[in-house]
Design a binder for this molecule. Structure first.
Ligand code: CAP
Ligand code: MG
Length: 430
């Protein structure tokens, strides 16, 4: 008998239906609570149950909205639950997450709970916009056909005046980079106010485009209270910008829905930075995987998203996990999963997201990142550009040269013989 009376959630013989949202957790019970008992608590608390039998429950609710636990692995503590899709409002990511990633993390019976993966039904996927441009759209926007995109983050992260920021941005574009972005914690400070930074930096962008003949992108960080974000996005649009940057965790899912709607009407691409993700994703026994977060951002519709450097850069991460994430946000159709450990999400035509590898990268790591993550990526360097012994412009050139070398299958040391900026980078970081 279930702890919820007749609300039997455990049904290991059942299979998910095409109208079920499937969720995978890694669930570790406190001592004395059997795993299957914990599964019932999780299934109940994330759907229609509470801690005891209630007089207001009725058979119709149980019949139409009861989830089924159809998989329990006592060795790995992985469990899978199929939820009837009508349990969730379509097109409402905060709402969906309040169910399958809400109260359950706080239950006393949980020693550890990691939300590992989820797959939405066709009805739910179709209710989200998805990326406006996607990989091919960004390639079309910039004319960068095959090679990875190269970009930088203006450094120091915060501290420059708007004029100094614009100068560093100009040198980065003029040196050969496609993209310049604001850092995740640069918003609008007294010494570098947003409106002034936009005016001066877009002027620098336009100048660098004229001089190089190349399309240059500025990812302006609009992260702020919602109404102010829209005001800032309007300024980007007015100045001829094509992109805004959005800190997806700290600014949240709800505002991302609104920003995505604004960007649809104004043909602006969205760059998702994942500052704070480590608080949820690093602990493999408690929290939420980056795969889950990345799927939510593809559904709502960012065009580019930081997913790590497959363990090559400075941030904690693992090649396998980050390749799975890259596959899941970039693939167009169901392919053999590179790990049996993920739920095959049919994206029903939602555009793919361009993966961003950033964090601790100098020109020396770029060929390895390309080997591991492929060419449909953005590779960004902050210290790896502005730390070049001959300054930002040469640092940008060295970054671009490393990608050109890899695209021509020439080793960096060989290429450096005829490209002095790269040679200087190797001297410093080799
Ligand atoms: C990189 C960066 C990015 C990290 C975030 C930084 O600077 O600007 O925010 O890439 O990590 O502030 O660390 P550096 P992730 O190139 O100087 O390291 O992309 O893994 O989310
Ligand atoms: Mg940063």
């Amino acid at each position: 008998m279930s702890i919820y009376g007749n609300l039997e959630f455990l049904n290991l013989k059942s299979k998910p239906k095409s109208t079920d949202v499937v969720v995978q957790y890694k669930a570790t019970p406190v001592k004395g609570v059997p795993l299957k008992r914990l599964c019932e608590y999780i299934a109940g608390e994330s759907s229609i149950g509470t801690w005891t039998k209630i007089s207001t429950m009725n058979p119709k609710i149980a019949k139409t909205l009861k989830p089924h636990i159809f998989y329990v692995n006592e060795k790995t503590n992985q469990i899978k639950i199929a939820y009837p899709e009508q349990l969730f409002e379509t097109g409402n990511m905060p709402g969906i997450m309040s169910s399958i990633a809400g109260n359950i993390f706080g239950m006393k019976e949980i020693k550890g709970l990691r939300f590992e993966d989820f797959a939405l039904t066709k009805k739910h996927v179709k209710a989200f916009r998805g990326p406006q441009f996607g990989v091919q759209g960004i390639r079309k926007m910039t004319g960068v056909k095959k090679r990875p995109f190269v970009g930088t983050i203006v450094k120091p992260k915060v501290g420059l005046t708007s004029a100094q920021h614009a100068k560093v941005a100009y040198e980065s574009w003029a040196g050969g980079l496609d993209i310049v972005k604001d850092d995740e914690n640069l918003t609008s400070m007294t010494f570098n106010q947003f409106d002034k930074r936009m005016k001066l930096t877009f002027r620098a962008r336009d100048q660098s485009e004229k001089e190089t003949g190349e399309k240059k992108l500025y990812l302006a960080n609009i992260t702020a209270p919602y109404n102010e974000m829209i005001r800032r996005a309007k300024i980007v649009k007015k100045l001829g910008g094509e992109y805004i940057m959005y800190d997806v965790l700290t600014a949240g899912w709800s505002a991302l829905h609104g920003v995505r709607d604004f960007c649809q009407d104004n043909k602006l691409a969205i760059h998702g930075h994942r500052a704070m993700h480590g608080a949820l994703t690093r602990n493999h026994d408690m929290g939420i995987s980056m795969l889950v977060l990345a799927k939510t951002y593809r559904l709502i519709g960012v065009d580019t998203l930081h997913i790590g450097t497959a363990g090559i850069g400075k941030m904690h991460g693992s090649e396998n996990e980050e390749l799975i994430i890259e596959q899941e946000i970039e693939r167009e159709r169901i392919k053999e999963d590179i790990s049996q450990n993920i739920l095959a999400q049919d994206w029903h035509g939602l555009k793919p997201v361009l993966a961003v590898a950033s964090g601790g990268l100098s020109p020396l790591q770029l060929p390895q990142v390309m080997k591991v993550m492929g060419n449909d990526i953005v590779m960004q360097g902050g210290g790896g550009v502005h730390g070049h012994p001959e300054g930002t412009m040469k640092g940008a050139t060295a970054f671009r040269q490393a990608v050109d070398a890899a695209m021509e299958n020439i080793s960096l040391s060989e290429y450096a013989k005829t490209h002095k900026e790269l040679a200087k980078a190797i001297e410093k970081w080799g």
